[in-house]
Design a protein around this ligand. Structure first.
Ligand code: BG6
Length: 285
């Protein structure tokens, strides 16, 4: 079942309930901010201080960073991570092919406002499939007469039981840019977090696995050859107005991306799809 909800402050979101799972998706940013499989705990982290107001990105869930990831390369006044996460999308399709699956398609097209920030014509479609797993697919179509370049990310905030128990498997041997030091490093073994981490891995894993002490989550990327791993740790969490001081202990961002060397050039009339499927495995013994 799909319900349309409007909060008192005018924030629109869609609630999905089917036999396999529940989910919530904001029209602003086509932002999946809640997903829970029946009988399990919430998969995504959401800040208790996140404001659901138009024009401000939700802190948690799966923000969509597009058409640039991180700071704009030339103009620091433009919003970090692009404008899609604060733009109002339209729901253009909703399907429930069976009692356990709901599929929503949300769309954003260029406008006078978007062309002031990024002078290109595009159709951006986000397809969210909610079932016994959840998939977010971000498809960029170049509707212009010249090529354009995008960088992007499905900036997934995972809820973890405690950051000290979390580890990421699947990037051993990959090269990464440590954006905190500017150094390029090579990943040895699994990734564990015991300090601030902000890294862009260049690799094309078929499967990543997040272990958090209580459960294991499979992360299946497609159309991506870069992964961002981020945890703000103590000082940055305390400095962020929309994260509790100890919020960093229960979240970990693993972002399926097209970032840095993995940015994409899209030719007129062509389309590129960046996608991730998240699957919760049976509880660890
Ligand atoms: C991560 C970046 O993807 O997003 C970090 O690598 C950044 O550098 C983080 O701090 C959060 O960004 P924002 O704009 O949502 O505060």
């Amino acid at each position: 079942m799909i319900s349309h909800i409007k909060t008192e402050s005018g924030f629109n979101y869609i609630e999905v309930k089917n036999d396999a799972a529940t989910a919530k998706i904001a029209l602003q940013g086509a932002h999946l901010f809640h997903y829970r499989q029946q009988g399990k705990e919430a998969l995504l982290w959401i800040s208790t201080l996140s404001s659901f107001v138009l024009g401000k990105a939700i802190r948690g869930g799966v923000p969509i960073c597009w058409p640039w990831f991180g700071k704009h390369s030339e103009d620091s006044h433009l919003p970090q991570h692009g404008f899609a996460r604060t733009a109002e999308f339209k729901l253009v399709e909703d399907n429930e092919p069976n009692p356990e699956t709901s599929e929503l398609v949300l769309e954003l097209q260029d406008s006078v406002e978007s062309r002031k920030m990024w002078p290109h014509r595009f159709i951006l479609r986000v397809t969210i499939t909610v079932g016994s797993s959840v998939t977010v697919a971000l498809s960029t179509r170049n509707n212009d007469s010249k090529p354009f370049t995008i960088s992007s990310a499905l900036h997934t905030y995972f809820a973890v039981s405690h950051i000290s128990l979390a580890s990421i498997e699947g990037l051993a041997g990959a090269t990464y840019l440590d954006t905190l030091t500017g150094e390029t490093e090579k990943q040895a073994g699994t990734i564990e977090i015991d300090q601030e981490v902000d890294r862009v891995y260049q690799a094309q894993p078929i499967l990543l696995r997040l272990h958090d002490g209580k459960r294991q989550i499979q992360i299946k990327p497609a159309g991506s050859a870069s992964t961002v791993v981020w945890n703000p740790w103590i000082n940055k969490a305390a400095a962020m107005g929309d994260m509790n001081d100890d919020g960093y202990k229960t979240m970990l961002c693993i972002e399926t991306a097209n970032a840095m060397q993995d940015k994409r050039v899209i030719q007129p009339g062509e389309e590129h799809c960046l996608k991730v499927e998240l699957i919760e495995e049976q509880d660890s013994p």
